[in-house]
Design a protein around this ligand. Structure first.
Ligand code: GLU
Length: 437
């Protein structure tokens, strides 16, 4: 079998959509799986709709997802992608071939291709055999002299020796035209794999660019982990046989085969995306986690630069396990960096309806003041002792203290929280709380 050569061929006419990213990813994975080549070809032949901004976002998004291409024009080890706008000479030569073989004719200034009227069977690796016949001659060069999409797409697939065309299902309707052209050039068509659509999370429609989660750039803006987003995208239409969801990339590469892509439409699931992201977040090595967290906090409202670096790292290490996304980080750790954090009044009222919060806090403060060392073990022992002594549940102490020192009912484990805040701050907050309430 020839070496596998696949291409991702986006038109830069809109922002980088999740469906497009998945097409790129499936091409890339298949190339890696087969130890072949992944080529990026920018189909920038629509002067009216192509925009540099879209191209930049696309290239950035591919890099962000780690989908680097393996060849292209250029020297010095830096290949650019191929741009159709720079390949007119090639197209002209191929058009001449068709013309010289009598397979074209002119009408109203445009150049038409004569179809063969032979029935075709498209052997699609995902959809199985699809029967088609291209009935009408079609334009290959417009009256303004510009070759059309079908022509340049096929010429490039021929000249780039593409072996597998993996693209969105919306192109299935173009495939019979493309096969006509491959045949006319005397080239055996590559294998085709048309990937089903991505449906929006609810309803039956296709995911549109306005739906939440549709644009790749938003994931980066919202501090998602690129590896997690890529992992999730793999699951939109493909799954490993054992139905696992979190897989390291090298394993996905080993398992991925384009024939295993599901022929039914995939449905976008925001919750699953967030879940996978949170799993990746928790699994990050601490240094990596801290590096990313600091980058997120830099643009936020917390004055973390006024705090000792060890303290900041302690806070982050403590919170990593409970944090679900970097987007919620600034709010999640706010009370470690300011004394003016809000109290959850509703939660307080709820606790007070069940037991006497102030009495618990008072007893806790007296005992806590006399602790020599504040760490997880000493605080835990102290709370257990207090609960036993006063014949109440440890929860009464834990909830009351958490609310008094952090203003809320959720967060990292309380014992670690008190260790990181430190004795002075905890006492200060207990006092402040009893004065205010
Ligand atoms: N330029 C086409 C698109 O963006 C892709 C065509 C193809 O993959 O063959 O939809």
């Amino acid at each position: 079998m020839n070496d596998v050569r696949v291409r991702f061929a986006p038109s830069p006419t809109g922002f980088f959509h999740i469906g497009s990213a998945r097409t790129a990813l499936f091409n890339w994975l298949y190339a890696k799986h087969r130890k072949g080549k992944f080529i990026l070809r920018i189909e920038d032949t629509d002067d009216e709709r192509d925009r540099k901004e879209f191209l930049d976002v696309l290239i950035h998004g591919l890099h962000w997802l780690g989908l680097h291409w393996d060849e292209g024009p250029g020297v010095g080890g830096e290949y650019g992608p191929y741009f159709q706008s720079q390949r007119s000479d090639i197209y002209r030569k191929y058009i001449e071939i068709l013309r010289s073989e009598g397979l074209t004719y002119e009408r109203d200034g445009a150049l038409y291709f004569r179809v063969s009227h032979r029935p075709q069977v498209i052997h699609d690796l995902i959809r199985g055999d699809v029967s088609r016949e291209e009935e009408k001659d079609f334009v290959i060069v417009r009256s303004n002299g510009k070759p059309v999409f079908h022509l340049v797409n096929v010429v490039d697939d021929i000249s780039m020796r593409i072996t597998h065309i993996i693209r969105g299902e919306d192109h299935l309707s173009n495939t019979s035209k493309h096969i006509e052209l491959f045949n006319a050039f005397g080239v055996k068509p590559p294998l085709f794999a048309h990937i089903p659509l991505i449906l929006k999370s609810q309803g039956s429609g296709k995911m549109s660019k306005r739906d939440t989660g549709a644009l790749i750039e938003d994931y980066e803006k919202n501090h998602f982990i690129a590896d997690a987003v890529r992992n999730y995208l793999c699951l939109l239409g493909w799954s490993p046989k054992e139905d696992r969801e979190i897989l390291p990339l090298d394993e996905i590469i080993r398992l991925f085969d384009i024939c295993d892509v599901n022929r039914n439409n995939a449905r976008f699931d925001e919750k699953k995306m967030s879940f996978i992201n949170s799993e990746y977040l928790r699994a990050l090595p601490l240094d990596d986690f801290c590096g990313r967290a600091l980058a997120v906090l830099k643009s936020g409202h917390l004055a973390i630069e006024e705090f000792d670096a060890h303290y900041v790292r302690d806070v982050l290490a403590l919170c990593q396990e409970k944090l679900r996304s970097f987007a919620e980080l600034p709010n999640f750790i706010e009370y470690f960096f300011t004394e003016s954090f809000p109290y959850d009044r509703e939660a307080l009222a709820k606790l007070q309806s069940k037991f006497d919060v102030q009495t618990r806090l008072h007893k806790f403060k007296l005992a806590f003041e006399s602790l020599d060392v504040v760490d997880e073990t000493s605080v835990e022992n102290l709370i257990r002792q207090l609960a036993t002594d006063h014949g109440v549940n440890t929860g009464e102490y834990i909830h009351s203290v958490r609310l008094a020192v952090s203003g809320r009912t959720v967060g990292p484990g309380l014992f670690g929280l008190l260790r990181v805040l430190g004795k002075q701050v905890v006492l200060k907050r207990l006092n402040a709380f009893s004065k205010k309430n």
